[in-house]
Design a protein around this ligand. Structure first.
Ligand code: URA
Length: 232
């Protein structure tokens, strides 16, 4: 019997011994949150869980963004999500609340998710860097690469069928275009699909850009439809 199944049985017996007749709400979700995944990182196999990764992110001081943050912003949503959205970096409101995409851009993203036929809790939403850069500046190359291990681990654990990258930072990071983030516009890249570890990645505009350029919303809707086609 696998170790994971043994762990689940232990937990079920524990609840039974406590006198529970029904499983507590969110039982399955909490089990899955502790889903153990073997991850190959820097050439070494390690066992990972999303909660362990979030703990590491929460106490991370690898770059100077940690000094100015109010709250770390970990990814959120379903750990079994088929669809993952990756943004750039937390804004002011996200920094205050400690949750990704809760400001105006977040409302637009939530609308898109719902228009695609999902609830926000059914997808997984995260950022390329997990701390708010001062004055809303773009994250620096160094900050992006120091945070990339976390993103890699999130992708490996959630293992989505499709990833939508929101804006150029997330797009270039998954394309492995280190050092070239400023070089090409997202408008030139969107409309194409590329692969990250065999997962189709669909680049689209960042919702904050769409708030300023509403006419481009229909292009993002085209990208969303490509994601839906691939989910089928
Ligand atoms: N913009 C992002 O890229 N991420 C957020 O979480 C909020 C705004």
């Amino acid at each position: 019997m696998g170790r994971e199944i043994e762990n689940i049985l232990d937990l079920l017996n524990f609840y039974k011994a406590l006198g529970f007749k029904e499983l507590p709400k969110n039982f399955l979700e909490s089990l899955l949150r502790n889903k153990i995944t073997e991850i190959e990182l820097n050439g070494e196999k390690e066992k990972k869980t999303l909660s362990a990764i979030n703990e590491k992110i929460s106490s991370c001081t690898k770059c100077s963004l940690s000094k100015g943050r109010t709250k770390v912003v970990c990814g959120e949503g379903s750990i079994t999500a088929k669809l993952m959205f990756i943004g750039e970096a937390p804004g002011v409101e996200e920094d205050r609340e400690g949750r990704p995409f809760v400001g105006e851009a977040g409302k637009l993203l939530t609308n898109l998710i719902e228009k695609m036929g999902f609830k926000r809790q059914q997808v997984y939403i995260t950022n390329t860097v997990k701390c708010h850069p001062p004055d809303n500046r773009d994250p620096l190359e160094e900050e992006i690469s120091l945070c990339f291990d976390y993103l890699k681990e999130e992708i490996e654990i959630v293992s989505p069928k499709v990833i939508i990258t929101l804006g150029k930072v997330a797009t270039y990071v998954l394309m492995g275009m280190k050092g070239k983030i400023k070089d090409i516009a997202i408008s030139k890249i969107r409309g194409n699909v590329f692969f990250y570890n065999n997962i189709p990645v669909i680049p689209t505009f960042h919702p904050a850009y769409l708030l300023r350029n509403r006419k481009d919303k229909w292009l993002t809707w085209e990208d969303a439809q490509e994601a839906l086609r691939r989910l089928k």
